[in-house]
Design a protein around this ligand. Structure first.
Ligand code: CU
Length: 140
């Protein structure tokens, strides 16, 4: 009596070929995803006590910044606009008084900045590109 030909013993069935094809496709997709992750710029990080300001629609999300006196601090600008923004801190409002801190305007990015120690007092901050984006700085 002849035994029936078994699908698993014969030449590779089309089901098996499809399974392997699917596996290879999955591997390619997984490798591509890994490669993309590797190429991406890591998101910036900052200390928990950093002062974080968000710029959106040509406005800062706060009119008041606070820093500890006589201590180096971290200032983070999250600029969600395509427009360029910066922050300058001065002893007087607008473009008057002594300049205590500034950085060049940036667009559509998040930057983490070191702010040098400032003596306690009230100061003013402004976006030099959009002077209506301004507020008060309390150093205490
Ligand atoms: Cu601005």
């Amino acid at each position: 009596m002849r035994s029936r030909q078994s699908a698993t013993l014969g030449p590779m069935s089309s089901t098996s070929r499809n399974r392997i094809r699917r596996l290879v496709l999955l591997l390619v997709v997984a490798l591509a995803a890994t490669a993309c992750r590797g190429a991406a710029t890591p998101a910036p990080s900052w200390p928990a006590d950093a002062t974080v300001v968000t710029a959106r629609d040509i406005q800062f999300d706060t009119t008041e910044l606070q820093f500890k006196a006589d201590t180096p601090s971290t200032l983070v600008l999250v600029n969600e606009d395509g427009d360029r923004h910066n922050i300058a801190i001065r002893t007087r409002s607008g473009f008057d008084g002594d300049l205590l801190f500034r950085f060049d305007p940036v667009s559509a990015t998040t930057i983490v900045l070191s702010v040098g120690p400032m003596p306690s007092g009230s100061y003013f901050f402004i976006c030099e590109v959009h002077p209506t984006m301004s507020g008060t700085v309390f150093v205490y």
